[in-house]
Each structure stands twice: as C-alpha cells, then as structure tokens.
Design a binder for this molecule. Sequence first.
Ligand code: P6P
Length: 339
Amino acid sequence: MALTNRQVLTLDEFTIREMRAFPKATGELAGLLRDIGLAAKRVNVEVNKAGLVDILGDAGHMNVQGEEVKKLDEFANEQMVGVLRHGISCAGIASEELDDIVVFDDEISKQSKYICMFDPLDGSSNIDVNVSIGTIFSVYRRTTPVGTAVTIDDFLQPGNRIVAAGYVIYGSSTILVYATKRGVNGFTLDPSIGEFCLSHPDVKCPEKGKIYSINHGNYYGFSEGMKEYVERCQTKDKSKGGPYTQRYIGSMVSDVHRNLIKGGIFMYPGTTDKPEGKLRLLYECNPFAYIIERAGGKATDGHMRILDKVPGRLHERTPFFIGSNSMMAELEECLSMDK
Ligand code: P6P
C-alpha cells in the first residue's frame, strides 16, 4: 500500500487547535490569522513573478516615510487591507504605507474586538535585486467600545498589549511565523496544496549567539558605547565574547528571522544625525519585540524594553536592538557607557 504523506498541520488546522485550548475563544483571532495567510499567499504569487511582469519599478510617488513606493508595496498593502476589511475579525488597520488609520465602519467590522497594524512589504528596496522581503503584522484588542468606529487611540497602544504578532518571508521558501502568549510557531507554504504547513513548532531563540547584524556604513554616527560593542564583536579577545560573524542582508525580516532561529543580535541604533534611528515602532519593532520575547529573547531601544514604549504617533521611529539574551546583556553593558 502506498505510504501517505506524513500528516502535517496546516495553519488553519493549527489555529483551530489552538482555539480549542481556549474554551471561551470565539474564533475571531483564528479567522484574522487565516485572513493574513490568504493575503500572504496572494502577495507571494506577485513577489515570485515580479521580474516577469511590469509590476516592478517605482509607483512614482513617495510614501509617508519619504521613500519611493514600488508597485509591489501598493499591491501588498491592498491585499492586507482587503482581506481584513472583508473578513469579520478586524475593526480597522494602520499600515506603514498609509498616512492615517483605515476605519472599517461597516456594521460587521465594527463588532470586531481586534485591530491590526502592519508593514505590508518591508525591505521593498531589495525587490529589484531578488533579496528576500517580508510582511510584518501585529494584532491588538481595540480600546474603544465594540460596535463603534475605531479611533487613533485604538492604535497608539504599547506593544505589551499585543495579542498576536508575526511576519511572512518571501524568500527561498515562503514562511509565516506568528506568536501568541502560547509561543512562536512557523509555517512553510506548500505550493502543491496552497497551504502554510507547520514546519517550525515552538521556536526558541538560543540564549547565546555568534552573529551580529548592523549597517557598518553608519559607524561614524554611532555613540561611543555602540562603537565599543562593535569592537567587542570583532575582537579576538574571547574574554569579551567575540569574535562574532557579521551578517547583514538589509531586509529586517530576513536578518531577524535568521538570528531568531540561529541566535544572534540585530541592531539599528540611533546616530548623531538620526537619533531616533530608522525603524518604525508600531510596524516593525513592536511585532518583532513581541515575537522574540515569546521565544525567550529580548528587545530594547538601548535603554528600555521596546514593548513598554507608549507611542505618541503612528509613524514614530525608535533605535532598535533585538536578539539572544547573552548578546543583549553584552550590548547593554557597552551602552551604559553613554549614560
Ligand atoms: P539600511 C528596509 O528598508 C528596512 O526598513 C529594514 O527591512 C532593514 O533592516 C533596514 O531598512 C535596512 O536599512 O539603512 O541598513 O539600508
């Protein structure tokens, strides 16, 4: 008798199984994650053929970040907004690609208790050179009453209120990783059945690591403490932890995903001319900070826990340090020189 394939859990089967663990669960969160999985599949199709059709190239205008928007950015944003608006599990969204929040003010959506924030296609400057890119998302309970239209207050919540967060990497394979209070799990898209299948159960970030990720091009803008840590990463003096391997792809989802799996530290510090750094608190830093903490790692802005920062604006940026606990401790020792 032919051997049947080993039965692997699909994303939908997994979220439904997780829901059974919470008797009071309504299935809304499982539904929201299913919607995001659908958007990811549609984005994946376009990303994988971007070089073949006229979907490459700048869409000819600048986004709120002052960056040229590429057509795939817009497509990915439309897919995320579309599935969440037409689903029944989200009352509104905020996107790194949009100036303001989008309120889903139809009667069904207003009854949802969740809101979602996302960077629809992070690293899009890498699209034209075939480097992996990704979608980053986080889910919060709304703070305004269910049944009313969401407001900006529903979005300016600290990351410690996150209910679920995750990312999708469109790379050599397409992987969706998401975290809830029950842990971090990864799913690889099986194109033969068009389903995300559990491939990385219960992901844990190694306590120690040997990989450091930073853009050395900004070195002369670093603080003394930051420069000291970079020196330690390169030193042959093993008593100071190093030498480490430097890996920097320039696509956050790829750099952070590798360090999450293998151990390591990713750093995007502030510099003398940009003390707030480059990365966005709501769309990039909070989701990854939530995921790394659920996997046993740590994320700070150099002084405080990322998840405790109370956002003042949708698009505010923050210095960002994330990774294995032992490397984060070494970093903090160096950054204490700056105080
Ligand atoms: P830099 C991509 O544009 C991005 O937002 C992140 O994905 C990535 O980690 C970072 O910027 C790279 O920035 O200044 O080193 O090119």
